[in-house]
Design a protein around this ligand. Structure first.
Ligand SMILES: [Zn+2]
Length: 240
């Protein structure tokens, strides 16, 4: 389910509380605590990929990124990392940044504090066991967060990361539409004088093997278009 779908469903059921619920999900909202989005350099772009590793798209994506000598950020699910440790190692070996996307992708708005802690701790342990590197960033599934989630993340020394451009690529859209979404978002951020943090998906949270080649092709198109321009591709640790 998409963040947008979640907003629609929740807002319909609880219109009175809609403002607060929306604030907890809108990716750029800071009302429930600060999250990392992007820096103030309008030429910087972070490609971020959620819901992997996925053997139907992550290897192809790694090839595209390597061809363009670009590093990206991968927010991985612990359950998938356990199934494909070789892919996690390949992502790390290529110099990309790996972040926590929980073990099983629950909506953290509806999850008890104890389970939130367990989801974050276990995912960290799986990723750190495979890569040998400390995990420092988390993207909450669906972008859903509340004060308890941010507090637990802080206690685990994890920086929550949101986004300010959405590829809307979690259901079949086609490369063309994903590219248009990315381009429009980047233009808007540049006009506002900030960097672009692109939300994309190299996997699907419902099952391993999600079709994500449209996303891979959209990334390739973006990297080709930006080659030779002043755009700089960064990982989210460039911003804090
Ligand atoms: Zn996700």
């Amino acid at each position: 389910m998409s963040a947008a779908g979640l907003i629609g469903g929740v807002a319909g059921a609880a219109a009175a509380a809609g403002g607060l619920i929306y604030a907890s999900i809108a990716p750029t909202s800071q009302i429930f605590g600060s999250t990392l989005i992007a820096g103030n350099d309008r030429l910087e772009i972070a490609l971020t990929f959620d819901d992997g590793p996925n053997d139907a798209a992550t290897p192809q994506l790694l090839d595209v990124l390597a061809r363009h000598n670009v590093r990206a950020t991968f927010f991985m699910m612990g359950s998938y990392a356990q199934q494909r440790p070789d892919l996690v190692r390949a992502v790390a070996a290529a110099g990309h940044l790996i972040g926590n996307h929980t073990m099983t992708h629950p909506n953290l708005l509806l999850t008890s504090a104890g389970r939130v802690r367990q989801e974050l701790t276990e995912c960290n342990a799986v990723l750190e066991d495979i890569t040998g590197e400390a995990v420092e960033y988390i993207r909450p599934p669906f972008g859903a967060r509340r004060p308890a989630v941010l507090r637990i993340a802080r206690e685990l020394k994890l920086t929550p990361v949101m986004w300010n451009v959405t590829g809307f690529d979690w259901s079949p859209k086609g490369t063309e539409t994903i590219s248009k979404n990315l381009d429009a978002g980047i233009v808007k951020n540049r006009e506002a004088g900030r960097g672009s943090n692109l939300l994309l998906h190299d996997g699907g949270h419902l099952a391993m093997g999600a079709a994500r080649m449209d996303t891979v092709r959209a990334v390739e198109r973006l990297l080709e278009a930006d080659s030779g321009t002043l755009s700089r591709f960064v990982t989210v640790d460039a911003w804090g």
